[in-house]
Design a binder for this molecule. Sequence first.
Ligand SMILES: Cc1cc2nc3c(=O)[nH]c(=O)nc-3n(C[C@H](O)[C@H](O)[C@H](O)COP(=O)(O)OP(=O)(O)OC[C@H]3O[C@@H](n4cnc5c(N)ncnc54)[C@H](O)[C@@H]3O)c2cc1C
Length: 595
Amino acid sequence: MAVYKGPVKDISFVLNEVLDVASLAKLPGYEDATPDTIQAILEEAAKLCENVLFPLNRTGDEEGCHYENGVVRTPKGFKEAYDQFREGGWTAVTCDPEYGGQGLPATVGFALTEMFTASNQAFAMYPGLSHGAYEALSRHGSDALKKLYLPKLTDGTWSGTMCLTEPHCGTDLGMLRTRAEPQPDGSYSITGTKIFISAGEHDLTENILHLVLARPEGAPGGTRGISLFLVPKFLPKADGSVGERNGIRCGAIEHKMGIKANATCVMNLDGAKGWLVGELNKGMNAMFVMMNAARLGVGMQGLGIAEASRQSALAYAQDRLQGRSLTGPKNAAGPADPIIVHPDVRRMLLTQKSFTEAARALALWVGMLIDEAHRHPDAARREAADDLIQMLTPIIKAYFTDMGSECANLAVQTYGGHGFIRENGVEQLVRDARITQLYEGTNGIQALDLVGRKLPMKGGAAAQRLLGLMSGFVAEHKNDDKLKEFVEPLEKALGRVQDAAFFLLQNAMKNPDEAGAAATDLLRLMALTAMSYMWARIAIAAHKGLAAGTDNAFYEAKLATARFFTARVLPQTTSLNHQIKAGAATLMALPAEAF
Ligand SMILES: Cc1cc2nc3c(=O)[nH]c(=O)nc-3n(C[C@H](O)[C@H](O)[C@H](O)COP(=O)(O)OP(=O)(O)OC[C@H]3O[C@@H](n4cnc5c(N)ncnc54)[C@H](O)[C@@H]3O)c2cc1C
């Protein structure tokens, strides 16, 4: 059976010993976010995940959602779990106290998202999407919209969705056809069909707020004519209670590979009443707030799935007896050794472990940067933090989700044939993980975002900020004998990033296909380099822990895992650099009809 325990000790290690989480409480408005408070929240969340969400993960997958005449029922137990989640205040953790939220930092939200997703990805998506809607409304909504809707999203009585995709347009939203006609009362009448809308209809909340991209009459074609609208399932009355049914209905739900307990809906809008969010024709800007939050959220899904996979694979590898160790029996009294003695099984476990631990550090660092970008009194610090977030968002979305899938597959492989059997629970992780590489912009599109938008951003200054930070770290620690084994390979990886970026600079202007051809490999090259940077930071914390002399096994394990990553994963950066410099020619030579 699959297992899951909230990795509170590891999260706390990253927050307190690798990053300086205590510094959050010095930011204005976060005075209450002390390390002790955060620790207590993490421990409570872990209990909820272990006792409520994780037990529903497999039953939810087996049962799936039910659709009947426009009504969607979530699997047995989901409504009760959602009520418990909501009543426990988990929808309100990072929301603004002005709207009833607890006002805690984004960093805390990141740590919770990892655990919620690891224990039950399909469930976690319902409040996850609401949070994206909350962010977009709080950043771009009018005061009247905020006052009416944000308290409901905060207390979780109403939920949110994002409605972008249409049957003929997914990546290329410039083609979208949903229309918005202005009405005399200032609202819009919206008509069109959206597909693949996560949490579009369900029985968990009394109302659902859809954030819909549509084209107002007379607006230009392409993405420049798109606006964002808030379209509630039920029109609220002035006192905030639920009123008349609006003209947006679920026409069907998809039967799909994974996340079966999350309703993926076709939503038909037939003269639905909606209100503009943000400026007319600037809908993509407003939606990007939601999409960026969601991209990081999806990255955290990758990490959560990887961690759930790692824990199950480890438990199985310690228990399953097959064969003998190549260097002589390690369980002489038993009929065979546990499979964890075999180097190839260890390769799989360490691939998972070396990903999850540094990925968690990278993600929580980005969480802290978000808090700094929102709250730091110094504008220069806010801008610097934002540059790093912009650079790291596509990396976290794409690399974490690719690795989430890889780690889930490694869990199945560790279980052998038993991994393929449904009741053992790990094949579900493979199916659930797969969507994370596709939605919120496929991983190929994330790579194009990195190469086409983020690298050239501010004339390359944001990229330089990230690379400069890592180079500065190398310079600072290069001569530290204890860290050399991690810092020197990091320096070489950074050199490969620079080499690849220089190749693009020289070639992509002449031939834009060069950028497209390099994108996925460059994203992976930069991701591995960022992971190497995090492992070096973890190593510093581990050495400090060892010097303090308590819990030596914990800190030695960090160093051993850092060594595995540096010796057996980071070298991929060499081949990635070669692949990038092989250029576009071999990809583009074959005419489409000759494939
Ligand atoms: C379960 C599920 C839940 C979803 N939830 C939501 C939701 O809540 N809200 C919502 O609005 N949407 C949602 N989606 C839609 C999802 O975001 C899209 O499926 C995704 O963005 C890709 O669009 P597409 O499927 O049309 O693929 P396409 O855009 O047709 O892409 C097909 C392939 O071509 C590649 N490609 C396309 N254009 C380019 C290009 N310019 N350069 C290079 N490669 C390119 C893509 O990377 C991909 O590999 C969901 C989808 C699923 C399956």
